[in-house]
Design a protein. Sequence first.
Lengths: 122, 198
Amino acid sequence: MLFDAGTWSLITDVLAAVFILAGAFLTFAAGIGALRFPSLLARMHAVTKPQVLGLILLLIGLSLRVRSWSAVAMLALVVAFQLLTAPVGAHLVSRAGFRTGKVDESELQPNQMEPDDDEHTA
Amino acid sequence: MSLHPRRRTVRTVRGIVAQWPAIAVLAAIWVLLWGDLSWANVIAGALLAVLIMVVFPLPPVAAQGRFRLGPFLVLAGRFVADLVVASFHVAFMALRPRYVPRGAVVVVQLRNPDDVFLTITAVLSTLVPGSLVVEAQRRTGLVYLHVLDIEDSGGVEGVRRNVLQLEERVLRAFASDDVLAQCDVPQPGGRTSNEEVA
């Protein structure tokens, strides 16, 4: 053994603290971004990227601290569903924003959106 | 959705057996939720999975796919690295005082409009580079992306290049050799003729 059990526990605790702090920072920044960004679409960026990684880091830190397989399994599920659902949610909100005219298209430079395709009316 | 060909949903016993991977995944989720790997949980999970498949049938996913471990690890590794970079990038943008991002919508023509690869590429491109899928067209394989800051992302060309590279990694990890040949993606090392070259 390289270290005794107490030292290992200390190391994982410190790592857990680092992960939780990093995750908290990203989640916090995601919240700031959702408030500060000027448009609907820009806000969706804040709730996909930093938010998702922030949650992942928080849960990694948590599983390092809890050290129980059943808890880790549950947290892994949370991460998997977050990765699957966050982009879909952001996509649907953005698309709905575009279709209902909640997006100020004059701010988009360039704007290559061509909304009059037949699939839009489906 | 009348323009899309309506695919037959499978409700027969053979259809359910043919979708065994979905049943396995659902049963695994059930076991993970209980946090305890026991026969009772596995059997209950499998029974519930079959019940879900019967009550809420989905059309079978039509994909000519082949899983390749090496390219998949490349895709996953790049994804994690890009997710960290993109997250901190957006986080610092949010915290920078008096900063207003210059948004844009860019259209990218993907090489392969198959549902599975289009979906994976779209989901990953929402999470990874500075982009967000606003609209996707199955029929043509066109993806409309909102970019948070067009100059940071290297302009329209930079965004296109990034997404196409992402698609290439996805195709290399999951697509069959035929699809790769169609899309002009060089085949990764595997059981193909150019084994030594790769």
